[in-house]
Design a protein around this ligand. Structure first.
Ligand SMILES: [Zn+2]
Length: 292
């Protein structure tokens, strides 16, 4: 009997420790507004990608929607602490869940804006082949209601905000949100400084497009500061380094393909965490060789 009791307590302890460590691994940093100028903030923390907030003359523009109600509630509260102006616009830089799931928790009347291709991608099957939750008609009110093709400007009173599309890259519909006075661009997931770049081939993303896209961005915008979904703020040198790194990978993959290597053999020449990206580059080169 006594042994049974001890065993029971032991099991309970194990369950407790397991629950605790699960809770810790799911622990989420609170939302934080990092000041970039009197009107512009980087929004970090919460569940989902880093984004931004810009206080216009009459209303507020938010970039990225995070992925749960608590994170969005913290964004709304954070905006309230800075201004009594309402949230007017929400920009989804692309269709990944960590950027758009929170659309549904923003105040009614918020105008959600994205690139036309991004809106289409909302309905795309997920990477594991399951249906997108956005195919449920109940989600319709939270889809982007305004889209653009190449470029659009928003005027929040005297302040101009530019939305730019530079072509296929991380996905097929990545928006760069540019604040000319602050010389600051929010570029979604078009760079990962500390992780290997993600290219969503299953949605139509393309690594060669990614290189063209970022090169065009540097040539078009006189931005000095670049904020992204999952990295620290960087500068033009940081972006150029990412372009160069991607080009070097592409060149290496091309050389190995020309030497007759299979995908597995090519992947073996790279780090383990580059496997998925290398697979994308490999299929892109194979496909373009077929087109020649
Ligand atoms: Zn992301």
């Amino acid at each position: 009997m006594k042994m049974k009791k001890i065993a029971c307590v032991f099991v309970l302890c194990l369950v407790f420790v397991a629950t605790l460590s699960l809770a810790q691994s799911q622990e989420v940093e609170p939302i934080e507004f990092r000041k970039l100028s009197d009107r512009l903030y980087q929004v970090v923390g919460g569940r989902g990608a880093n984004g931004g907030a810009f206080i216009g003359d009459e209303g507020v523009l938010v970039i990225e929607a995070k992925m749960d109600k608590s994170s969005v509630d913290q964004i709304i509260a954070g905006v309230k602490r800075l201004t009594d102006k309402p949230i007017q616009y929400l920009i989804d830089t692309h269709s990944d869940g960590d950027h758009v799931t929170g659309n549904q928790y923003f105040p009614g009347g918020t105008v959600i804006i994205a690139h036309e291709n991004c809106r289409k991608e909302f309905f795309h099957k997920l990477r594991d082949g399951t249906e997108s939750p956005w195919n449920d008609p109940k989600m319709a009110p939270f889809l982007p209601s305004v889209t653009y093709r190449d470029q659009m400007n928003l005027y929040l009173g005297s302040a101009k905000v530019e939305l730019w599309y530079f072509g296929v890259g991380h996905t097929t519909g990545d928006t760069v949100v540019y604040f000319p006075e602050e010389k600051t661009a929010f570029i979604g997931d078009q760079i990962f400084l500390t992780r290997v770049q993600l290219i969503h081939s299953y949605k139509g993303g393309n690594s060669f497009g990614h290189v063209r896209n970022l090169t065009k961005m540097l040539a078009t915008l006189d931005a000095e500061r670049f904020c992204s979904g999952h990295s620290e703020v960087t500068d033009r040198v940081g972006i150029q380094a990412q372009i160069d790194q991607m080009k070097a990978r592409q060149q290496k993959v091309r050389g190995l393909i020309e030497a007759g290597k299979t995908l597995e053999q090519v992947q073996a020449e790279f780090e383990e965490d580059e496997a998925r990206l290398v697979e994308s580059i490999f299929s892109e080169i194979k496909a373009s060789n077929r087109d020649l």
